[in-house]
Design a protein around this ligand. Structure first.
Ligand code: AMP
Length: 221
């Protein structure tokens, strides 16, 4: 990772594995993983003003208004650990958010790379409905594909695993709809800026990860 700072955007529909991949890539590259979904869930848990404002949108699978998320992202990106680069997961999710991000990073010698993880709708629905998350460390399991070894407990930290409230059939359908309508146009947005690479996300986690690392190496060395 030479030549300035890398803004790596992992883009994909809910269930594509962007959270898992972003966490793995952050560890491998030693740069922070920034998930707006995690930030918002933390705000909900802590019952902050942001959490209270975001709650109703999140519960029904809608996007939280851009301006609510923007403030948190702006605050996070000026922190010291973002100096060499960072991985965004779940942000940007709309064209105005992408423009906001670009304006935030203007004149900062930052290169954008957007990796699109593509997975078909049927696979996404199956994955989301069997997803279990660790509320303590954020590790993600799948009851069918990648079950926790210790039953309902996290392999990493031992906390009891939970299913996300928005992983119900009705909310999943809405989140997929919102993705195709509001977020998918970002593919063209980053293609036009020669910053987009698509990879096949319908493969084992390690294989997807190798593709992502290959793309990053190819684009940044
Ligand atoms: P995620 O964990 O990325 O699937 O996000 C969970 C929920 O948080 C989404 O369904 C949205 O309601 C909200 N959210 C997360 N990131 C954003 C964002 N960039 N813009 C708007 N809403 C967001």
């Amino acid at each position: 990772m030479e030549n300035g700072r890398l803004a790596l955007i992992i883009l994909g529909p809910p269930g594509a594995g962007t959270g898992t991949q972003a966490r793995m890539a952050a560890e491998a590259l030693n740069i922070p993983h920034i998930s707006t979904g995690d930030m918002l869930r933390e705000a909900l848990r802590n019952d902050t003003e942001l959490g209270r404002k975001a709650k109703a949108f999140m519960e029904c699978g809608a996007l939280v208004p851009d301006e609510l998320v923007e403030a948190s992202v702006a605050e996070r990106l000026v922190q010291e650990d973002c100096g060499r680069g960072f991985i965004l997961d779940g942000y940007p999710r709309t064209i105005p958010q992408a423009r906001f991000l670009e304006s935030l990073l203007e004149n900062s010698d930052t290169r954008f790379l957007c990796v699109g993880v593509s997975v078909g709708n049927d696979v996404l629905i199956q994955r989301l409905s069997s997803r279990w998350t660790c509320p303590a460390c954020g590790k993600i399991f799948n009851a069918a594909l990648n079950p926790a070894k210790a039953g309902g407990r996290c392999d990493e930290c031992g906390a009891n695993l939970m299913q996300r409230k928005d992983d119900t059939a009705e909310v999943i359908a809405e989140r997929l709809h919102v993705y195709h309508k509001a977020t998918e146009p970002l593919i063209l947005y980053y293609q036009e800026r020669d910053s987009f690479v698509e990879i096949n996300g319908d493969k084992p986690v390690e294989e997807v990860f190798d593709s992502i690392i290959g793309v990053i190496k190819g684009r940044t060395d």
